[in-house]
Structure formats: structure tokens, C-alpha cells
Write a protein that binds this ligand. Structure first.
Ligand SMILES: NC(=O)c1ccc[n+]([C@@H]2O[C@H](COP(=O)([O-])OP(=O)(O)OC[C@H]3O[C@@H](n4cnc5c(N)ncnc54)[C@H](OP(=O)(O)O)[C@@H]3O)[C@@H](O)[C@H]2O)c1
Length: 322
């Protein structure tokens, strides 16, 4: 996919492109037998993803830190689609305790789990530590999703095994993964205020989102598990994500309006990767505009992916004070 296809919306090999919407890429798919979790599903790309999955009859659980906003979103979606199967559960991904409680609360519902969409995110935050003492963008965008995925993996494996339906994990990454720190991930300085850059810390967390699906894929293949894990860049979409840099982003948008998407287009790649039958068995890949794309060399580094996995596990174990 070239810049020309991005601007014109011309479809790529998948038959879809930057102009495709989430409804278009999932048209004709009946997913009545599927259950999905969408983190950060109360606004922006996540909310549109929830709407379209529910339209395709998926039972969707919205994981949200702001329950009031999530319940409001749920009621609005139900007004448009009274048959939608929607639930809301409290989830603050920056907190190990809250993420663990979310997983326990979900597991207590005794539902299957076919699709996990790790969508929630924060961008360009000034330096801040989470309640567990971890830099906020890394804690929210990567570590929370890493922990959540691990806590839900057995459920996804048992669902895939008992139903014979392939499970799918989708991580919302970004093209910003290319703009990270010198070594990709600052393992030795992850919580260090010195040398912190809000932009590079975001890029680092989005690189981690891709490395996460790489290592998941390696493990799934080793275990022979019927689950795929892929990362997506949704495009550039004006959403509340931009809140820490609204002026800069509005300025950028004014000069590059021709490459920006609306929200229905922004949710297309997520819905394509989560639902489309043509991606059966495809795992460990990076998608942009509903087509596979080569990610950065760091993002393709399997040793880095394995190191990040071990580092993330240790960081959670050493940071969590019950
Ligand atoms: N928009 C773009 O141009 C763009 C480009 C590349 C990648 N992405 C990625 O796409 C994803 C969705 O972004 P978006 O544009 O739809 O932004 P958004 O509208 O701000 O949505 C992000 C969602 O994440 C939630 N969230 C933030 N911190 C959380 C936490 N600690 N625990 C639980 N939920 C949390 C937010 O909840 P609150 O409402 O409570 O804040 C919000 O619902 C992000 O991962 C982002 O990095 C977006």
C-alpha cells in the first residue's frame, strides 16, 4: 500500500483500502456464535468497533475505566440496535489490580471468549507513573494488555478447542512504532524520567504491541493452539486520543487532511483482522488499511519480542503490591 492508495482509497490485495469502513469489511459476516472483549470500547475507534461487531451479532464486552461513559455508549448502541448483545465491565489497564479484577469478573460470567481486541490507549502523556510505579504509556498501552491477554489465554484456548473456531487477538498498534527510543525498548530505563520523550514513549509502547503479537504467535505455534494474534495501525483519526497534543494534531491535520480517516474507516482494519474469513491462520502480522504491511526492523525482531515478554512478566511480578 503506497501513499497514493492511502490518499485515493484504492483497494489493496485484500480488496479493501484506506477508504473502506468497518461495516464494509465485515459485510455478510454472521458472527452470532462469537464473544469478544474490546478494551477502551466507549470512545473513538473502540466504540465503532463495538458497534460493528454487535451489528454482526457478536456478544461484546466493553472494558472501560469510565463506567458512566461506557454505560451511556451501551445505551446509545442499544437504541440503534436493540438486538445487540453488550456488557460493560470496569477496566483500568494502567492498574495491575484493576486489570486482574476485570479478568476475574469476566471469567466469573462463564462466557466463551473468541476475540480479544486490545484497543485502549493513551498518547503523548507528560511523564507520569502508574499506581504500580510504571511509566504510564508503557503501563497502559502495553503492560496492561500483556497482563490481560495472559489472564484470558486459558479461556481463549478452551473456547477455541471446544468450538473448533479460531480465536483471534488484535492489538491496536500505530505507525508511530517506528519513532521509538534508540534501542527500541528502554529496558533499563523504562520508568526513568531522564531522557523521557512523550512521543518516543508512545512509539515504544506501540512497538511493544507488535512485539507482543510476534511472541504470542511463536508460543501458539509451539503449542499448536488455534488462536491468531495480529497488530494493526488504524490510520490517522481525530479522536479523544489526541487530548495531550490537540493543537499539534489539528495543525498536522490541516496540512495533511488528505491522509486522515473518519472513525468508521478507522475501525475497518480492526474489524477486518478480527472477523474476516480470508485471514484464517494468519498470525504475527502487522496490518494497515486492511492489508498486511512490513513493520519496522525492531518490530520484526524475534529476540526483542522474547526479551520484552520476559521483561513484562518480571515487571508485573516485581511491581504488584497486593
Ligand atoms: N486515532 C488515531 O489516529 C490512532 C492512530 C494510531 C493508533 N491508534 C490507536 O488506536 C487505539 C484507540 O484509539 P482512539 O483513537 O480510538 O482513542 P480514544 O478515543 O481516546 O480511545 C481510547 C480508549 O482507551 C481508553 N483508555 C485509556 N486509558 C485507559 C486505561 N488506563 N484503562 C482502560 N481504558 C483506557 C479510553 O478511555 P477514556 O475515555 O476513559 O480515556 C478510550 O476509551 C489506541 O490504542 C491508539 O493508540 C489511534
Amino acid at each position: 500500500m503506497s501513499i497514493i492508495s492511502l490518499i485515493t482509497g484504492w483497494p489493496g490485495p485484500s480488496g479493501f483500502g484506506s477508504a473502506s469502513t468497518a461495516e464494509e469489511v465485515s459485510e455478510g459476516i454472521d458472527a452470532a456464535n462469537l464473544t469478544a472483549i474490546v478494551t477502551g470500547g466507549a470512545s473513538g475507534i473502540g466504540l465503532e468497533t463495538v458497534r460493528v461487531l454487535a451489528m454482526r451479532k457478536v456478544h461484546v464486552i466493553i472494558g472501560a475505566r469510565n463506567l458512566e461513559a461506557a454505560n451511556k455508549a451501551k445505551h446509545q448502541l442499544l437504541e440503534q440496535n436493540p438486538a445487540a448483545k453488550l456488557d460493560v465491565l470496569k477496566l483500568d489497564l494502567s492498574s495491575i489490580k484493576s486489570t486482574t479484577e476485570f479478568a476475574h469478573n469476566f471469567l466469573a460470567l462463564n462466557l466463551p471468549l473468541n476475540i480479544l481486541i486490545n484497543n485502549a490507549g493513551v498518547m503523548f502523556c507528560p511523564f507520569q507513573l502508574s499506581e504500580d510505579g510504571i511509566e504510564l504509556q508503557f503501563a497502559t498501552n502495553h503492560l496492561g494488555h500483556f497482563l490481560l491477554t495472559n489472564l484470558l489465554l486459558e479461556k481463549m484456548k478452551s473456547t477455541a478447542k471446544s468450538t473448533g473456531i479460531e480465536g483471534r487477538i488484535v492489538n491496536l498498534s500505530s505507525i508511530a512504532h517506528v519513532h521509538t527510543f534508540g534501542d527500541g525498548i528502554r529496558f533499563n530505563k523504562i520508568n526513568d524520567k531522564n531522557g523521557y520523550s512523550d512521543k518516543r514513549a508512545y512509539g515504544q509502547s506501540k512497538l511493544a504491541n507488535i512485539l507482543h503479537v510476534k511472541e504470542l504467535t511463536r508460543r501458539f505455534k509451539e503449542e499448536g493452539v488455534n488462536i491468531t494474534a495480529n497488530a494493526v495501525h488504524p490510520g490517522l483519526i481525530m479522536t479523544p486520543l489526541m487530548r495531550h497534543s490537540m493543537l499539534l494534531m489539528r495543525l498536522l491535520q490541516a496540512f495533511s487532511f488528505f491522509i486522515w480517516k473518519n472513525v468508521p474507516q478507522g475501525a475497518a482494519t480492526t474489524c477486518y483482522v478480527a472477523l474476516h474469513p480470508s485471514l484464517k491462520g494468519v498470525s504475527g502480522k502487522y496490518f494497515l488499511d486492511c492489508n498486511e504491511k512490513r513493520a519496522s526492523s525492531y518490530a520484526r525482531d524475534e529476540t526483542l519480542a522474547k526479551r520484552l515478554w520476559d521483561f513484562s512478566k518480571n515487571l508485573i511480578n516485581s511491581s504488584y503490591k497486593v
